[in-house]
Design a protein around this ligand. Structure first.
Ligand SMILES: Nc1ncnc2c1ncn2[C@@H]1O[C@H](COP(=O)(O)OP(=O)(O)O)[C@@H](O)[C@H]1O
Ligand SMILES: O=C(OP(=O)(O)O)[C@H](O)COP(=O)(O)O
Length: 396
């Protein structure tokens, strides 16, 4: 992989700064609504504790001004439960209190420091050399012996705790980071035919992935669904109706032109829905493309499309999923997601990227994937062949 990992770190008795990504959905009371990202880091933290580390754990939650911008007190309790080992919470990140809490650690103990984004520096993006000169990095550098970055889901952010600390402290990839990079950077080694299911609502991101993997010859088939599929349907010359078109152009004014360009260059590899599902009088109603346009937005693929896509996965070597095929949050529109993702789980090898995509699997109880990424934006960056700032710095 070319970057140092925990195998290269002599942990015992040293103080290790560990950046994790436990940024999670919160419920209306501001409590953790999903602890999947906390679960993901248990292996790295447990290993470092077992090997005698004193851990200063850094993380963010939400964005300043956003609904999910919150303290990490609840996260510390939950992490302690998951690890079966108490984690102290400190309501500071790099002040004297924080540094005292770090200095007081014994081997095999951990403190979770406060949300890094309580400090404005941490919500800005800097080149690594500038990130290395921020207050957070300046104040924490003297109190840690090594730095472990396990925050794959934030690896696309060029922020102080991601790219600044590793400029000043010996740094290593944690186990989550190591596994994510191993899987997502080596797609070309996975079995063929390689089938990408691109759905969801981030149409521009789906186009980026489609273009990149088709150009690089990585994709054998692309199954389009969700709002992305609606855009391809429109690009193939079908009048999908104003509500679906408005939803697309609200997100990306040039979506249909971009889909047309992809279809004209790679049409034989791109599958477009053959039916959709809309809501009528509160019910799911399926509509074939010859019955379009309709005066309601298409919120799922229809049963024929779901069955045809499931068939493609029957013989797939690798399934790569990004973006749910329908509005799975509503049971009426979860059919496509259940059928298509359910079939994808049976492919010889299967990879899932995207926060909502992973959430749809948990919600619908679909299991059996080889790799479910903890990252959304970070996974996309790797799927499109880009380098991640966090990883570049670890390489140096
Ligand atoms: N046909 C559709 N119309 C509108 N929204 C859709 C449609 N299909 C899927 N979605 C929505 O897409 C969202 C997830 O898309 P996206 O953010 O691209 O996924 P991810 O977070 O996995 O990258 C879900 O909330 C789902 O309800
Ligand atoms: O949730 C995250 O990314 P994701 O929404 O791409 O999965 C990461 O914690 C990064 O958070 P950010 O997108 O607020 O920088």
């Amino acid at each position: 992989m070319g970057i140092p990992t925990l195998d290269d770190l002599a942990v015992d008795g040293t103080t290790v700064g560990v950046r994790v990504d436990i940024n999670s959905p919160l419920d209306e009371d501001g409590r953790l609504a999903d602890d999947a990202r906390l679960h993901a880091h248990v292996g790295t933290l447990q290993e470092l504790l077992d090997r005698g580390g004193k851990l200063a754990v850094l993380a963010h939650q939400g964005r300043p001004g956003g609904d999910e911008f919150a303290t990490l007190e609840d996260h510390a309790d939950r992490l302690g439960e998951l690890l079966d080992h108490p984690i102290t919470y400190c309501d500071a990140t790099f002040s004297t209190d924080a540094r005292d809490a770090i200095a007081a650690l014994d081997s095999g103990e951990a403190v979770l420091l406060e949300n890094t984004r309580f400090y404005s520096e941490e919500y800005m993006e800097f080149p690594p050399a500038e990130a290395a000169e921020t207050f957070l990095v300046d104040r924490l550098t003297p109190v840690v012996d090594a730095f472990v970055n396990d925050a794959f889901a934030a690896a696309h952010r060029s922020q102080p705790s991601i790219v600044g600390l590793p400029m000043r402290v010996d740094s290593y990839a944690g186990r989550v980071m190591e596994r994510e990079l191993d899987v997502l950077s080596n797609i070309e080694d996975t079995p063929r035919p390689r089938v990408y299911a691109l759905g969801g609502a981030k149409i521009a991101d789906a186009f980026d992935v489609a273009e990149s993997v088709l150009e690089r010859g990585l994709a054998d088939e692309i199954l389009t669904s969700g709002m992305t599929g609606n855009a391809f349907l429109a690009a193939s010359g079908v009048d999908i109706g104003e509500p679906s078109m408005d939803a697309i152009t609200d997100r990306d004014a040039t979506a249909v032109e971009q889909a047309e360009a992809l279809l004209s260059e790679y049409g034989e590899k791109i599958h477009v829905p053959e039916d959709v599902a809309v809501e009528r009088d509160g019910e799911r109603v399926e509509v074939g493309i010859d019955e379009l346009p309709v005066d309601a937005p298409a919120l799922d693929v229809g049963s024929d499309t779901a069955a045809a896509y499931a068939d493609v996965f029957e013989t797939a070597g690798t399934a790569i999923l990004n973006g749910p095929p329908g509005v799975f949050e509503e049971e009426r529109f979860a059919h496509g997601t259940r059928e298509i993702f359910g079939a994808a789980a049976n492919a010889e090898y299967s990879i899932v990227g995207g926060g909502d995509t992973a959430a749809s699997l948990r919600q619908l109880g679909i299991e059996g994937f080889d790799h479910v990424s903890t990252g959304g934006g970070a996974a996309l960056r790797l799927l499109t062949g880009d380098e991640l700032p966090a990883v570049e710095v670890l390489r140096e």
